[in-house]
Design a binder for this molecule. Structure first.
Ligand code: NOJ
Length: 746
């Protein structure tokens, strides 16, 4: 079908009036059945029961097809939609392209560690280009759920705990996926998910109910979504769980009042998978018919894969429980997106395009740079890192050292085969002359595999290592380390240990990894720990006993090369943590932006909130080291007093005081000292990643105005800016001490 009308030519951008006219003309000739078809997203995978995609499309068309990643098949289904379905409306092909299509970038939590929205934008631009070349139109990303509980597996998919950083990463990803024009044939439509509050699942247990006050929602959980709307995101996905006892996919307040009414979102909302049908399971709807009615009334446009809309909406209209106007209202933005994308003019994909696009060397190079920028140096006692390239004998130890899955990480594109450069490969490539030995040690595995492990991850099919084999692997690893001058341990979590359905109670290194680490450190050799993981881990022992620790996250296709670039000093790490690292899973949720108590941490009687361990984080939010040193000085606030609504400029100088070039992320925090509500003891309100040569100084400038100083007040029941005093800190992490005062008056 290569000669067919395809992507590759930019369609002329239709005016709003033209779009409206075309949509109304389409609606005017569509039957009720066809309209309902547009409200359905149907499965292209065989694992779902019910009629096959072809059959549904031929009969009444469909809004979209998901869980299919097959370029040829896209064209085949599109042909049925365009040539055989009654109104010939093209399909939108949708899939989760979360951190790359073929060229895999670091997982989103890692990308947030770059504190560099431009790098996230570039990554998603490339992901979009590859995905679009494969024939996909729409990705289910970015995931914008604030996550303050490291036990929650999906923390890996988002930007961490902070709304300000989260909003910056949200907007950047939307721009990367969508570009400036929905008709751009090298972009995909983005989807802000999961609206809203999913990251606050009780106990960090995936899918569990969420209870959040309106103030928490508006001040913490909504800002990334609002930022996505402001950046022009075309679609939203509703979340699975109950929010304050109302399932998010049937939540009128969320979908109509907040999203459309307040944020001004004009696109459409798709449910999470089977979420409409699940309103019955969740105890909200009596049956499928009731579920369809509740979701549609709540403002949910498209039913992802539950068939509940397909089966019930027409009857509900015929029986007078829904009006045609209500159906049209839901169909309109779906048609309008298809018109704006130029899908009617260019419904097909050029089947030869993908292989040309994925082969572009600049994609791999961008993935390598993104991985370098996202890594966080947690410890470097005695300047053990960077290692010299003259090393002769290096041992690389650990179950993740040569794992392509763990390197590419969680949320692979449907059907994608991991093809990453592993850490072992990266080190070997960097030291062609040296002896680089390798031993994995005992395997690590989830105690209770998930449904996904059974159907998606190959690991589930692998036989479980016997205790004897594990012990032998342990001893081999120690012996391998004994023969080396330097040992690089690569530990953490497998790709399937974070993500959907992958929450855990403990944040310790799984399996016998810590025991192995202790045995290797006991050999008395220099040991470097490289962590591959998708969530904070409570590496308390390592934090005291292992001299060098690099948090590499799940760094993607070029991850192993990026790790080696950093270990051997070709690149100086500059990432910072977008989440705090708790000392124990039982300390979660833990985050820096807490409100003060009557006995704060600097109170003379303060010891710890728990009597069995300190409750401070092991590593604070915003933390990360470098191979050089920086000083931040000369904090200046342009006025010590301003009126409500006015702005001040905050400046500080950052100097590279060390011997090599490096980046510092300068961070601005505020604290409102009193007011209508208690406010967090610190809140991030500005950041800038600054590259500096040795001896170089730059001045960083931030703006603090009404947007930064207002908040949604429980006491006032609205957005508010108080007349109050503020602390201002600028520094290199959330413990910054460089301080100034600001007073806001009436
Ligand atoms: C369920 C997940 O919660 C969501 O994030 C994803 O986009 C859909 N499945 C589709 O695969």
């Amino acid at each position: 079908m290569n000669d067919m009308k395809n992507a590759g030519t930019v369609a002329t951008i239709p005016s709003d009036a033209e779009v409206t006219a075309r949509v109304e003309a389409l609606l005017g000739r569509m039957s009720l059945e066809e309209k309902v078809g547009q409200l359905a997203q149907i499965s292209g995978a065989d694992f779902m029961p019910g009629p096959k995609a072809e059959e549904i499309i031929r009969k009444r068309g469909a809004g979209s097809v998901l869980w299919l990643n097959d370029t040829k098949k896209f064209n085949e289904l599109q042909k049925i939609a365009v040539e055989e379905s009654p109104s010939g409306i093209p399909l939108l092909f949708a899939l989760d392209v979360i951190h790359g299509y073929r060229t895999i970038f670091p997982v989103p939590l890692a990308m947030a560690s770059s504190w560099d929205p431009a790098v996230a934008e570039q990554a998603q631009t490339i992901a979009a280009k590859e995905a679009r070349a494969a024939g996909l139109h729409w990705t289910f990303g970015p995931m914008l759920d604030i996550a303050r509980d490291a036990r929650w597996g999906r923390i890996v998919e988002g930007a961490g705990e902070d709304p300000y950083l989260g909003a910056a990463m949200a907007a950047a990803q939307v721009r990367g996926f969508q570009g400036n024009d929905l008709a751009d044939p090298e972009r995909v439509v983005a989807c802000a998910k999961h609206f809203a509050g999913y990251g606050a699942a009780d106990g960090g247990r995936d899918y569990d109910p969420v209870f959040l006050s309106e103030a928490q929602l508006r001040n913490v959980y909504f800002p990334p979504f609002q930022a996505a709307v402001n950046a022009g995101v075309a679609t939203f996905m509703s979340a699975y769980m109950d929010l304050n006892n109302v399932p998010a996919s049937g939540n009128r307040w969320l979908l109509r009042d907040v999203l459309r009414g307040e944020f001004g979102f004009a696109g459409f909302v798709v449910s999470d998978a089977i979420a409409v049908g699940n309103l019955v399971v969740q105890g909200h709807a009596r049956d499928g018919r009731d579920a369809a009615l509740r979701s549609l009334k709540a403002g949910l446009n498209m039913d992802m894969a539950s068939s509940v809309y397909l089966e019930n909406l027409a009857d509900l209209v015929n029986e007078g429980l829904l009006s045609m106007a209500e159906i049209d209202e839901m169909v309109r933005p779906i048609l309008s997106l298809k018109v704006r994308m130029g899908l009617f003019e260019h419904p097909y994909v050029d089947e030869t395009l993908l292989e040309k696009v994925v082969a572009l060397p600049e994609h791999r190079q961008a993935a390598r740079v993104a991985a370098q920028r996202s890594m966080v140096l947690l410890r470097n006692e005695g300047g053990l890192l960077p290692l010299p390239k003259t090393l002769k004998n290096v041992a690389v130890i650990g179950p993740l050292a040569d794992s392509m899955e763990a390197t590419e990480g969680s949320w692979m594109v449907f059907g994608h085969k991991p093809a990453a450069v592993t850490v072992l490969q990266g080190i070997r490539a960097k030291l062609p002359e040296a002896s680089v030995t390798y031993a994995p040690g005992p395997e690590i595995r989830k105690d209770i595999p998930s449904f996904f492990d059974e159907v998606i991850f190959s690991e589930a099919q692998k036989p479980i290592q016997t205790p004897e084999a594990a012990e032998a692997a342990f001893q081999t690893a120690v012996e391998t380390a004994r023969g080396a001058d330097v040992v690089i341990m690569v530990l953490g979590e497998n790709a399937n240990m974070a993500g959907e359905f992958a929450s855990r109670g403990s944040l310790d290194l799984p399996g016998r990894q810590e025991e192995l680490l202790k045995a290797v450190v006991a050999l008395g050799k220099p040991v470097v720990l490289v962590l591959l993981n998708g969530r904070p881990l409570s590496i308390n022992w390592a934090a005291e006993h292992v001299p060098a620790i690099l948090e590499a996250w799940e760094p993607g296709t070029e991850g192993g090369n990026a790790v080696a670039d950093i270990l051997f000093g070709e690149v100086n790490p500059g990432g910072k943590l977008p989440v705090c690292f708790p000392r124990s899973g039982s300390h979660a949720p833990l985050y820096y932006a807490r409100t003060l108590t009557h006995q704060p941490e600097d109170h003379p009687q303060y010891r710890s909130r728990y009597w069995d361990s300190p409750t401070t984080p092991l590593y604070p939010f915003g933390f990360g080291l470098s191979y050089t040193t920086f000083s931040i000085t000369n904090l200046n606030v342009s006025a010590s007093q301003v009126k409500i609504g006015e702005s001040v400029t905050v400046t500080a100088d950052v100097t590279n005081t060390g011997k090599v070039a490096g980046d510092e992320v300068v961070q601005l925090y505020i604290h409102q000292k009193w007011g209508s509500d208690s406010r967090p003891m610190r809140e991030l309100k500005g950041f800038k990643r600054v590259p500096l040569n040795p001896g170089e100084t730059k001045t960083v400038t931030f703006n603090l105005g009404a947007d930064e100083l207002r908040y949604w007040s429980t006491n006032a029941g609205r957005w508010l800016q108080d007349a109050a005093a503020f602390d201002i800190w600028v520094g290199a992490d959330s413990l910054a001490t460089l301080h100034a005062d600001l007073e806001v008056v009436n």
